[in-house]
Design a protein around this ligand. Structure first.
Ligand code: DX5
Ligand code: ZN
Length: 214
């Protein structure tokens, strides 16, 4: 299973997202994580499928949408049509995670299921065999730049034990110190937002952090 970073565009000024993402992809960080917030599931509002559509032509890019929204299935079609190969929804946002995974598979894309720091792995246990991907939030969703909640890594260990072959992504507070801890716990995908800006360039950030994944 490939181990890599997934840069989040959340820390970039809106007008600079396109060139910055192109720089990351060219430097080998081609899995781009779109943090979609609706002002309901979490207080902030970020962007919609129009951003995915504006990035999809970057050569080699792979776009995934992390829907921090209520009624996530209302947005599936838009993000699939705008080029996302994977859509991640929150277990807390639906009573029908089993059906929503089926819906995404029916649309020909990968299905990811996410849980917040306060949610037990029990919320995903019965659908893990169906999902392609499980996102364990390592901060409370809504804002970049927070410190990792390290107890959440216990859930990474539990999910890895339940399904050795699933993609496990951690999201929030990932930097050069916490990435190896999450990797050790069993994660293989690492969302990185604000820490990308701690380097001289995005290319240096991508190369340094992807090396930690090897
Ligand atoms: C939090 C988002 C994260 C966040 C990561 O709601 O889902 O993707 O932007 O940002 P950092 O890496 O700054 O914690
Ligand atoms: Zn995210």
């Amino acid at each position: 299973m490939k181990c890599e970073i997934a840069p989040s565009v959340l820390s970039f000024p809106h007008g600079e997202i396109q060139p910055r993402v192109a720089e990351l992809v060219a430097a080998g960080a081609s899995l781009i994580h779109l943090d979609v917030m609706d002002g309901q599931f979490v207080p902030p509002i970020t962007f919609g499928d129009g951003l995915a559509a504006s990035l999809r032509s970057i050569p080699g890019i792979r776009l995934e949408a992390h829907l921090m929204t209520v009624t996530p299935d209302r947005h599936f079609e838009a993000f699939v049509k705008s080029g996302c190969f994977r859509v991640i929804f929150h277990a807390e946002a639906t009573a029908h995670s089993h059906r929503l995974i089926q819906t995404l598979h029916g649309m020909g894309v990968q299905a990811g299921i996410a849980i917040n720091p306060g949610t037990s792995v029990a919320a995903v246990r019965e659908v893990l065999h169906l999902a392609d991907h499980c996102l364990i939030m390592t901060v409370n969703p809504g804002w970049g730049g927070q410190a990792m909640i390290r107890e959440a890594l216990d859930k990474v260990r539990k999910v890895r034990a339940m399904r050795p072959d699933i993609e496990i992504q951690v999201d929030g507070g990932i930097d050069a110190t916490t990435l190896p801890l999450a990797r050790e716990a069993g994660a293989n995908l690492f969302v990185v937002g604000s820490h990308l800006l701690a380097y001289n360039s995005l290319a240096e950030a991508a190369q340094t952090l992807n090396k930690l994944c090897q």
